[in-house]
Design a protein around this ligand. Structure first.
Ligand code: ANZ
Ligand code: ZN
Length: 863
């Protein structure tokens, strides 16, 4: 009986060997080799790794290990996205300092990740919460400031009037503060902004070249950036109703072709004119306030009923001075898009239509559907949103929409009342957070000098450790001394900026810092030039927009100030699916965890009560539904290799994979079966690099199977089809085990070769097992650094091929022969084929055309 594979003994022993040899350290840039930078989105140190992490890092590890074995210089680092709100919440709830909590979590999670045997260069590990990282972020903030990429602006924040603090969007639940339950107010505070819009044009254009990214992610970024071409123009106010503030009313439109269908002008509740009017008009002020309470974000507005307030002001139609339009405050106009003001054409826009119907405003059609009768157009059932020609529109009559757009824009430009513009939905990035556990913004506010950058020789501005969380609000603000400093310019007493940076800033450039970590600069230029861009970036699709867009911005901004040379940080992006699990509920309606129920077939029983439990749908693992499994339990019971193998089997990696106990057991049995195949080798056989030349028959078939597996597995890994690679392992191992009964010398030779191959291609998936097998076979060094096997092309060919045999150009029969059969042999075989000779009766063979491995044609003439 073969020895059972003991992961508890083997796995730590193999990892200790790798560590002692510093096997996975990338080392300094080596231009003589191809480089491969493999990166998984780094984790937030929440406390424990979850099974989704295991899947994410297992994918990256397979690629990293395969590329290393193929001869590339591989960089596969790991770090911690360590600032953020959960640490502060833990501090408030449990009294632990955010730093203590975070660092403990990092230690625990590092140990867990290391147990999984990932081929990570731990010498490059860092956490973004340490001054040795964030000091460079502060330096870049100052560089960006000098380059005009950072500026200050009053912008909207969620204000909790009970806690007297700013809330993150996630802390606003149904318009109320998550803890106080108070109605959240919108306040304007001075915020630091990153000018991401400077690169709007480029960020959208470059998406076309990101062919290594999933199409869906490119589309999401495209829509998020939201480029549109249109016209900005100014309405003049009717002299009988002057505006409370100077200048006209500037609006943005993408449909200047519908200008003659204008029915009213709409302004946002936060438009300067609305704010000015509100001062003297309590009813109007109350209207605006109630709209703000309902939410003024794009998502909030989309679902709300249209509401408006007539300001009483009127503006003059830019193309027809005899016409004036009322100015309404409208809840569907966003302040931070375009100019915060519009002209409305209810006949051809859904929102305008709903508004006009509600408030009895004119609805004048100006786009005529193809072939429709102009006198019979009615819009009782809604606006017309389709194509057509312009009518009811003076000088635009008869034109297509496209032509009318440019004619209207030409006219507006000639009148000096407007100009063509490109508009982006993308907003500049507000990075100020009124939080403690983040990177301090390196600014000092002086009464005379204004905001002054902290001199570089005074960086880092470190977070004070002695803070208290007993009061709401930002502890940096409450701290008795931290913020009081002298102005670096004039020396007068001044105060530090107490806001910290959005944690998305921390994760926007960590990929550059992994390349090299000089103490005095954010990046090592030689190292970033060598390693960037990241060749394989793997993570969740939930980061398709923000994190990936911010990183693309940072790459450009860092390039602009000379910190790294690449515009696009990630050349290939892979977004993996989630790990799901069945859910269970007790009869009382409580969620039950998988180990609280006993499943038999399709029924479940709650173990504690013996009562039937309800089996719910299969869902993403989450603590709230209690359908999580702890990777640590799995590793302990089955081993890291089994956990790795399981999360990559069964489903393509971009899809969800369902965790099941029987599935994991299946992977465990497979690992045992693989080990048994190695264990069945007798003593004294050659080592794992053996090549079984000269064998034939069944032994040759086994060699063929081994070499086909090399080709298929290499291709599967390179195209992220890890599940197909695993299917190949099953096939190959099955073949090997079946051949064990044949104890011929040829077969043994072939088996040794194929097992040597198996150890090497298995290595990225089940590295501990593969390493143990390598040792068992007497392999030298490590399987992790053994060269990736190359498929012998001559063994890949199918054993036999089919050749059609034609007589005078018509197919009459087929020959099944070994590939590479000679011309002479094919000739005689063809002439002996009964189906062909049948047609030769009474004729002579004039010519025999033989194309080896392809076709045979017998040309005849009358006898
Ligand atoms: C008149 C018009 C007539 C419009 C028509 C549309 C259809 P995109 O393509 O997303 O750029 N708009 C402009 N600024 C706005 C704001 N701050 N809040 C809400 N809506 C705003 O959308 C541009 C269109 O959205 C603009 O074109 C404007 O309405 C509206 F038949 O102008 B349109
Ligand atoms: Zn000063």
């Amino acid at each position: 009986m073969a020895a059972r594979y003991n992961h508890r003994e083997t796995e730590p022993r193999q990892r200790a060997r790798w560590d002692a040899a510093k096997l996975f350290e990338a080392g300094p840039p080596d231009p003589s080799r191809a480089k491969c930078y493999v990166l998984e989105m780094f984790p937030y140190p929440s406390g424990r790794i979850h099974i989704g992490h295991v899947r994410n890092y297992a994918m990256g590890d397979v690629i990293a290990r395969r590329r290393r074995a193929a001869g590339d210089q591989v960089l596969h680092p790991m770090g911690w996205d360590a600032f953020g709100l959960p640490a502060e919440n833990a501090a408030r709830e449990r009294g632990a300092h955010p730093g203590t909590w975070t660092r403990q979590n990092i230690d625990a999670m590092r140990a867990q990740l290391q147990q999984l045997g990932f081929a990570i260069d731990w010498s490059r590990e860092f956490a973004t919460c340490e001054p040795s990282y964030y000091r460079h972020q502060q330096k870049m903030f100052l560089d960006f400031l000098k380059a005009g990429l950072v500026y200050r602006k009053k912008s909207k924040v969620n204000w909790d009037p009970v806690e007297n603090t700013v809330l993150a969007n996630e802390q606003v639940v149904d318009g109320r503060g998550w803890r106080s339950g108070a109605l959240v107010e919108q306040r304007y505070l001075e915020q630091w902004m990153f000018q991401i819009t400077r690169y709007g044009e480029e960020l959208i254009a470059a998406l076309d070249d990101l062919t290594g990214w999933p199409e869906k992610v490119r589309i999401m970024q495209h829509n998020w950036i939201g480029r549109s071409e249109g016209l900005r123009f100014r309405f003049q106010f009717d002299s009988t109703t002057p505006s409370p503030i100077g200048g006209g009313l500037e609006v943005y439109t993408t449909r200047p072709d519908t200008l003659f269908g204008a029915s009213f002008a709409g302004i946002s509740v936060d438009h300067p004119i609305a704010l000015a009017l509100a001062e003297a008009n309590p009813a109007l002020a109350e209207f605006c306030e109630s709209c703000r309470r309902a939410g003024t974000s794009e998502e909030a507005i989309e679902t709300q009923e249209k509401r408006g307030f007539d300001t009483g002001l009127r503006v003059i139609h830019p193309f027809d001075a005899s016409q004036t339009l009322p100015v309404w405050i409208a809840n569907f106009v966003l302040m931070d898009y375009g100019t915060g003001a519009i002209f409305a054409c209810p006949a051809h826009d859904q929102r305008d239509y709903e508004f006009a119907t509600k408030y009895n405003l004119p609805i004048k059609p100006v786009i005529l559907p193809e072939g429709a009768d102009p006198s019979a157009v009615t819009l009782e059932n809604g606006p017309y949103l389709g194509q057509g020609n312009v009518f009811n529109s003076d000088f635009l009559d008869g034109m297509t929409s496209e032509d009318a757009k440019s004619a209207a824009m030409d006219r507006m430009e000639a009148l000096g009342a407007g100009e063509r513009t490109v508009n982006f939905r993308l907003r500049d990035w507000g990075v100020s957070r009124q939080r403690y556990w983040g990177c301090p913004i390196p600014i000092i506010h002086c009464k005379t000098c204004g905001p002054v950058g902290v001199p570089e020789d005074q960086l880092p501005v470190t977070l004070p450790e002695d803070v208290t969380f007993d009061k709401p609000g930002n502890p940096l603000d409450h701290h008795p001394s931290w913020k009081h400093v002298d102005c670096p310019k004039c020396g007068a007493p001044a105060v530090r900026e107490t806001d910290t940076l959005d944690t998305f800033v921390d994760s926007s450039w960590y990929w550059a810092r992994f390349c090299g970590q000089p103490q005095d600069r954010p990046t090592d230029l030689a190292a970033v030039s060598h390693w960037l861009p990241v060749d394989h970036y793997i993570g969740g699709v939930e980061h398709a927009v923000l994190h990936l867009l911010y990183s693309r911005f940072f790459a450009r901004a860092m390039k602009a100030v000379g910190h790294q040379p690449t515009s696009e940080p990630f050349s290939r992006l892979f977004t993996q699916g989630m790990v799901t699990h069945a859910t269970y509920k007790s009869q009382a309606g409580h969620w039950l965890s998988p180990d609280e129920v006993e499943i038999t077939g399709t029924t479940a029983v709650e173990i504690a009560t013996g009562k039937p439990a309800v089996i719910g749908p299969i869902e993403k693992m989450s603590k709230s539904k209690r359908n999580t499994v702890d990777p640590e339990d799995i590793i302990d019971t089955y081993g890291a290799d089994v956990a790795r193998l399981f999360v990559l089997s069964d489903s393509p990696p971009e899809r969800d994979v369902e965790w099941s106990e029987s599935g994991v057991e299946g992977s465990w049995r497979f690992v045992q079966k693989i080990w048994a195949a190695f264990d069945a080798l007798p003593e004294g056989v050659p080592g794992p690099m053996h090549v079984a030349t000269g064998v034939s028959g069944a032994a040759l078939e086994l060699r063929r199977a081994g070499h086909k597996a090399i080709a298929a597995i290499s291709l599967a890994i390179d195209s992220y089809r890890f599940n197909s690679a695993i299917a190949q392992f099953h096939e190959l191992v099955g073949h090997i085990r079946r051949s064990e009964s044949d104890d011929s010398a040829d077969m043994l030779s072939a088996r040794v070769e194929v097992l040597g191959v198996l150890a090497r291609v298995l290595q990225p998936f089940t590295p501990h097992l593969a390493e143990e097998a390598w040792l068992r076979m007497g392999g030298e060094g490590f399987v992790a650094t053994a060269p990736w096997p190359e498929a012998d092309q001559s063994l890949l060919a199918e054993a036999t091929i089919m050749l059609p045999v034609q007589v005078d150009g018509k197919k009459r029969g087929e020959l099944h022969v070994a590939k590479g059969t000679s011309k002479e042999e094919l000739e005689s075989l063809a002439l002996a084929l009964p189906e062909a000779t049948h047609f030769l009766a009474g004729r002579t063979v004039a010519k025999l055309i033989v194309v080896p491995d392809r076709i045979i044609n017998i040309v005849t003439r009358a006898a």
